[in-house]
Design a protein around this ligand. Structure first.
Ligand code: PMP
Length: 431
């Protein structure tokens, strides 16, 4: 069993199956959202008795609230080794909002500016860049890994115009971990900045925004609390203060201005000018508690345990006839615990339904907001996509995705594998 299991709220919740019997829920959908840490909920409960209006309140509880909120920024800065003299931590709703905010802030009206995204990005790290900038996409190889050769070709092709290389730290489809420091070095050689979408990487791996070699540093990092054992509604955007110093934020109002007359405004300094309205204090308290818990466990230990789970599941899945796994890593290659697969002769949604109804196993199916990547992994042609565009009634392509958290057990994988073996043997009896 996982040594981390008792750190999680509801890891052993009983849920009903389709036959009316109850079983312990198995959650293999951690790439979407994780359950909270006990420590996080305890902190929320404790702080519920202490919180009050933040930033301008004068009472004891208000002052404490402001202090706790501001201290959370330092906790997060340290966790990812951001530069306390250069970087600012801005609290937002989630990764998606963080990327939209940055896309707004980086826009300088220069139509020649190119954003270099990749084929493996979540829609949240693709769509916010479109319609403003020219967006080009770094290709993946047939196994879905990012091609650094292609990155260099495109950096050279758009020489001088690439403003930002934006890349996921780890894929929410294949679990591949990208070599973000090598990518940073290449981007910096071409005078571009780098944004790492850390939604999947930060909860599972240690991340260092400032390694010894400064050419390899990460300029911008974004991630979400709900994927790292804290509740929904809190995300983080980290980047150099100077990015947010000039111009005006896309959202303005309470908290963003220092002096206001009918005729002019003096804006607050970052990060406050970027956090319009009353902030999500409890969400930030929860995220800081989750970060402290993860730091205490040690991200290397978390990564090590999750890798064991992933290798175990991978080898079992690959040995079942009729199952096709879409991610392939060789021993020692970094990855997170996300595995995509399909079973021959049965639709992905159907597999997910059976897993839930018969064994209480939660997975996710479809394209996971990463449609272009799934299209390339499954070899779906643009012509076929045109058909999907016209016909809403035909079933969409997709895969089944299992994704692990640090509290998952090997025995849970065994239950999954037993059921998958049965489905793969007689898929038609399940249709
Ligand atoms: N990027 C990646 C790689 C993700 O996996 C996700 C969440 N599925 C997001 C961005 C978006 O995160 P959020 O929904 O918290 O904004």
């Amino acid at each position: 069993r996982s040594n981390y299991r008792n750190l999680i709220v509801g890891a052993d919740t009983k849920i009903p199956l389709s036959n009316g019997l109850y079983t312990t829920a198995i959650n293999f959908d951690n790439a979407a959202s994780t359950p909270p840490f006990v420590s996080v909920m305890e902190e929320i409960n404790h702080f519920a008795g202490m919180y009050s209006s933040i930033h301008r309140g004068t009472g004891y509880k208000s002052q404490l609230s402001s202090k706790v909120y501001e201290e959370a920024r330092s906790t997060i800065l340290k966790f990812v080794n951001a530069d306390p003299f250069r970087d600012t931590v801005i609290f937002v709703k989630n990764t998606t909002e963080a990327i939209n905010k940055l896309s707004y802030r980086l826009w300088d009206g220069n139509k020649k500016s190119v954003i270099l995204s990749t084929w493996m990005e979540h829609h949240s790290n693709d769509l916010p860049w479109r319609n403003k900038y020219q967006v080009d996409y770094v290709q993946t190889d047939p196994s879905g890994k990012l091609s650094l050769e292609d990155l260099e070709v495109r950096l050279a092709k758009h020489k001088g115009n690439v403003k930002l290389v934006t890349v996921t730290g780890a894929s929410n489809v294949t679990g591949y971990v990208n070599p973000i420091h090598k990518i940073a070095e290449l981007a910096h050689r071409y005078n571009a900045k780098i944004l790492v979408d850390g939604a999947q990487l930060v909860p599972h791996n240690s991340i260092n925004m400032n390694p010894q070699n400064s050419l390899q540093s990460i300029d911008y990092l974004v991630f979400s609390a709900h994927k790292m054992y804290a509740p929904f509604g809190t995300g983080v955007l980290i980047g150099p203060e100077e990015t947010f110093n000039k111009g005006i934020s896309e959202f303005v109002g309470g908290g963003t201005a220092e002096t206001v007359t009918h005729n002019w405004v003096v804006w607050e300094k970052p990060p406050h000018n970027e956090e319009a309205g009353t902030p999500n204090l409890m969400g930030v308290v929860a995220l800081a508690a989750a970060v402290k818990t993860l730091s205490g466990l040690g991200m290397k230990n978390v990564d090590h345990y999750e890798n064991q789970l992933t290798n175990y599941a991978n080898s079992k899945l690959n040995s079942i006839p009729g199952i096709k796994v879409y991610s392939h890593t060789v021993h020692g290659e970094p990855r997170i615990g996300v595995i995509p697969f399909n079973i021959k002769g049965i639709a992905h949604e159907q597999v997910a339904k059976i897993l839930s109804n018969q064994a209480g196993i939660a997975v996710r199916t479809g394209c996971f907001c990463t449609q272009p990547y799934i299209q390339s992994l499954l070899g779906i042609s643009p012509k076929q996509m045109e058909l999907y565009r016209k016909r809403r009634d035909i079933p969409r392509p997709g895969v089944v995705r299992i994704s692990f958290g640090l509290y998952n057990d090997f025995s849970e994988i065994d239950i999954l594998i037993q059921l998958l073996e049965r489905i793969a043997k007689h898929p038609t009896s399940y249709i």
